[in-house]
Design a protein around this ligand. Structure first.
Ligand code: UGA
Length: 432
């Protein structure tokens, strides 16, 4: 099938590559000619496991192409996916100008029936607005259908999630696009839910908020564990074995981050407010998230007493494992707080150091270190800020030897506490 993707960013590029991998012919469009040139020359603008292979294999096979021309995309493709950013505005609401712009541009080139699919995360009722825009700006009266098809991929696991989705949600107000949408997704072995557009749009915000709530819940429990002398890992395991709860997303830490959760969360609170509902539960989830970072920072401050001129090694800068993304990263937030107190940092991340340099410029106070086992050299304390699994295999004996004082703050509960203590460390985890 011939498909087009408008917006070759995170979601667009991975979606396009995965559709091509299952045999569709995909044309990816982006307004940025430099990005299109990079992709056409075999470069990949983001780090995502497995993506490079997928892009190279499918461009070589002629199933994946990149262009700046929306006109070509509208002319060639039966189904057009909108994957453009929906950034937050200062008041937390969503800026839908990219979505509107794309809808207008599609309308300008629409001459025969097309299915226009929104994959970007948008407020409920956006599909209705997109349809209205397409009608308003079409040069000739042309039939089309608008479908909502939210994306649930996680950064760092994007290819895996797209190739093996838990479910596929198709929201539409007409039955006409359903067979084609089934055909698009036929190669993916996942249950397909067909529903109305508003419900599909809500599923995305409701799901993301629920996941954030799950994290804040276990983070709140971690605070209780610390006060009660219990272990949050044991509590999470015990809770998670109940199938109704599940163990995933019950890892206490320094709070959730990333551009999606934070943005969608504030947006959803705003959207439901406009619908007349005060979602106080979600506001509390947000507050717990901020508290969690405050408590961790305070733990460092209280343990080290004076932070000024203390040297700290920080492992992890990305907002989570498997990504180079540092947007709304709790790890970067923590570094910035430490710097404000006059601490000196030696930082490392296996993938995010390049992007981190823009938000955490190298200076007398910030030194970038390539080898994770070198980070602790000369430090008063070591902090684990991102859950990269290999940080759990740190050479603790070496760290102990090269540190000034043996103090470990494990913001992601990655290390075995007993082992760290056996190496002579004062160990401070989260909720244990
Ligand atoms: C999230 C959702 O998981 C995806 O389903 C959704 O498609 C995506 O947002 C989106 O809207 O685009 P993502 O932001 O990539 O995906 O990251 P997550 O894996 O959900 O992690 C978010 C944050 O929560 C990270 O900072 C992570 O470290 C933290 N986290 C996660 C915890 O602190 N504890 C956990 O148990 C799980």
């Amino acid at each position: 099938m011939r498909l087009a993707i408008i917006g070759t960013g995170y979601v667009g590029l991975v979606t396009g590559a995965c559709f091509a991998e299952v045999g569709h012919h995909v044309l990816c469009v982006d307004i940025d000619p430099r990005k299109v040139a990079v992709l056409n020359a075999g470069g990949i603008p983001i780090y995502e496991p497995g993506l490079e292979d997928l892009v190279h294999r499918n461009t070589a096979a002629g199933r994946l192409r990149f262009t700046c021309s929306t006109a070509t995309a509208v002319a060639e493709a039966e189904v057009i996916f909108i994957c453009v950013p929906t950034p937050p505005q200062p008041d937390g609401s969503v800026d839908l100008s990219f979505i509107e712009g794309v809808a207008r541009e599609i309308a300008a080139h629409l001459t025969e029936y097309r299915i226009i699919v929104d994959k970007s995360t948008v407020p409920v009722k956006t599909g209705e607005k997109v349809a209205e825009t397409l009608r308003r700006y079409s040069r000739t009266p042309t039939e089309f259908d608008v479908v909502s098809n939210p994306e649930f991929l996680r950064e760092g696991f994007a290819v895996e999630d797209l190739m093996n989705p838990d479910r596929i949600v198709i929201g539409t107000s007409s039955v006409r696009p359903v067979p084609k949408m089934r055909e698009v997704y036929a190669p993916f072995a996942a249950p397909l839910i067909v529903t109305d557009t508003n419900s599909a749009e809500l599923i995305k915000h409701a799901a993301n908020s629920f996941l954030a709530l799950k994290i804040s819940y276990i983070n709140a429990i971690s605070a209780i564990c610390e006060a009660a002398g219990a272990n949050v890992l044991e509590v999470a395991n015990g809770m998670g074995m109940d199938e109704r709860i599940g163990r995933r997303f019950l890892n206490a830490g320094i709070g959730f981050g990333g551009s999606c959760f934070s943005k969608d969360f504030s947006a959803f609170i705003k959207i439901v407010e406009q619908l007349g509902y005060d979602f106080r539960l979600l506001k509390e989830v947000q507050r717990i998230n901020t508290d969690q970072m405050d408590r961790f920072f305070k733990k460092i401050q209280e343990t080290l007493w004076v932070l000024k001129d203390k040297r700290l090694g920080v492992l992890g800068l990305a907002f989570k494992q498997n990504t180079d993304d540092v947007r709304t990263s709790p790890a970067v937030d923590l570094c910035q707080r430490l710097l404000r107190e006059g601490a000196r940092l030696r930082v490392h991340d296996p993938k995010a150091m390049e992007k981190a340099r823009a938000v955490l410029p190298p200076s007398d106070a910030v030194e970038y270190v390539d080898d994770p086992d070198e980070v602790s050299a000369g430090c008063d304390a070591l902090v684990i800020a991102t859950e990269w699994p290999h940080f759990a295999k740190l050479d603790l004996a070496r760290a102990r030897r090269q540190m000034t004082t043996a103090i470990l703050f494990d913001g992601r509960n990655l290390l075995d506490r007993a082992e760290a203590e056996a190496h002579g460390f004062l160990y401070r985890g989260v909720g244990r």
